[in-house]
Design a protein around this ligand. Structure first.
Ligand SMILES: [Zn+2]
Length: 378
């Protein structure tokens, strides 16, 4: 431990391991060199980029949360139906007729390669519609909290906001601490519903992660070169005359780095993770079995360990954070506060554009459908 806000992270290689640097530097006979950075003394070091390791943690966190809801039959289909109905109704409330719904269908088709919306978008892209965590690669990913100001104006952002509320991916009654220094007198201090728990912990559209992952470095690691035949993934066949040389780190190497908590946020506290956030990482680390490229040929078997403070739990942390989030969501959507918070946000958005609009029916539609989603996952 290096103080309360930093934890050490160690990665050991159990098989050949390759993290690509893109184009080779120096040695031109290598097509893909292992990722390297220069240290302060100008010495080159093999490193695993912080973004690579963070991406692995995020993927396993999303998977753990999705496991909770995927066990329930038809959840993606029902969530899709609830969301589509909510978009249709809000479109009516906004006086847009079916335009918002048509745009939703367009986004859902873009998500897959569907030509018609009747072709079960929830089967083709289930993660796009699952409650609680967003799919960052989907059309319906979390949007920036301030994009609520585009509500009713920008169709995609309006739909993303509806998705994040109706699919219980954000808790509208959280006023994050960022607000306190941005708030100006008379400027209508706004609720800023944070992101879904995955974006919240690991960063997402416009949200810097509160957890900063350093690169993992190694001082002594044996490396080797392997020439492979490049495979054309589309045809599944060996591409003619395409040999490809990659540099790997041998089994038995140790990479080390750290994760630092950059800032406390109200949302982190809401997940019960303001202090023992490292416990979640430790648990997820046990699930990271393979990392880097060429996994299909047995590369990238790793063991990742995260040090946690002695008074923090070493297991059950993800389950605990999940329960805490569900409790918070239930309390929020069952209380009247959620309507006040949403009403305030909507009014603010419209007033900024000089529109004076009755937002009650929109708020009612959002809350009614969010409660329907809640019924789906209880
Ligand atoms: Zn998200």
């Amino acid at each position: 431990m290096q103080g309360d806000r930093t934890v050490r992270i160690v990665l050991r290689t159990l098989s050949e391991f390759h993290v690509g640097a893109g184009a080779a530097r120096g040695a031109s006979h290598i097509d893909s060199a292992f990722y390297r950075l220069r240290d302060a003394n100008g010495r080159e070091k093999l490193v695993v980029p912080g973004s690579t390791i963070k991406g692995a943690f995020r993927a396993h966190f999303e998977e753990k949360i999705r496991e909770k809801v995927l066990g329930r039959p038809n959840v993606a289909q029902e969530a899709y139906n609830i969301l589509r109905k909510a978009v249709k109704d809000v479109g009516m409330d906004l006086g847009l007729g079916n335009q918002l719904l048509n745009h939703f269908d367009y986004m859902a088709r873009r998500e897959t390669s569907l030509r018609q919306i009747g072709e079960k978008p929830w089967e083709n892209a289930p993660y796009a519609y699952l409650p609680l965590v967003c799919d960052p690669l989907s059309q319906f990913h979390c949007n920036h909290p301030l994009s609520v100001l585009d509500f009713g104006e920008d169709r995609s952002e309006t739909i993303r906001f509806i998705a994040s509320v109706v699919l219980l991916r954000r808790v509208p009654t959280i006023k994050d601490r960022h607000d306190q220094h941005e708030k100006k007198e008379g400027d209508g201090a706004m609720w800023r519903p944070p992101y879904c728990p995955a974006c919240l912990l690991f960063g997402g559209a416009g949200n810097p992660s509160p957890l900063i992952f350093s690169h993992l470095e190694t001082d002594k690691a044996a490396t080797g070169l392997q020439t492979r035949v490049s495979i054309d993934r589309l045809r599944g066949a060996a591409a003619p005359a395409r040999l490809f040389t990659a540099e790997y780190v041998s089994p038995g190497a140790t990479f080390e780095g750290h994760v630092e908590l950059a800032e406390h946020t109200a949302a982190l506290e809401a997940l019960g993770l303001d202090r023992c956030w490292a416990s979640v990482l430790r648990e997820l680390a046990n699930n990271i079995k393979q990392l880097g490229r060429f996994k299909s040929v047995g590369y990238g078997l790793v063991k990742v360990e995260v040090e946690v403070p002695h008074d923090c739990p070493t297991q059950g942390a993800v389950e605990q954070a999940y329960k805490q989030y569900i409790d918070l969501v239930k309390r929020t959507y069952e209380s009247g506060n959620v309507k006040n918070a949403l009403r305030e946000m909507m009014k603010h958005a419209f007033e900024r554009r000089g529109e004076n609009r009755d937002v009650d029916s929109i708020v009612d539609t959002l809350v009614k459908n969010a409660r329907a989603t809640l019924g789906l996952i209880q």
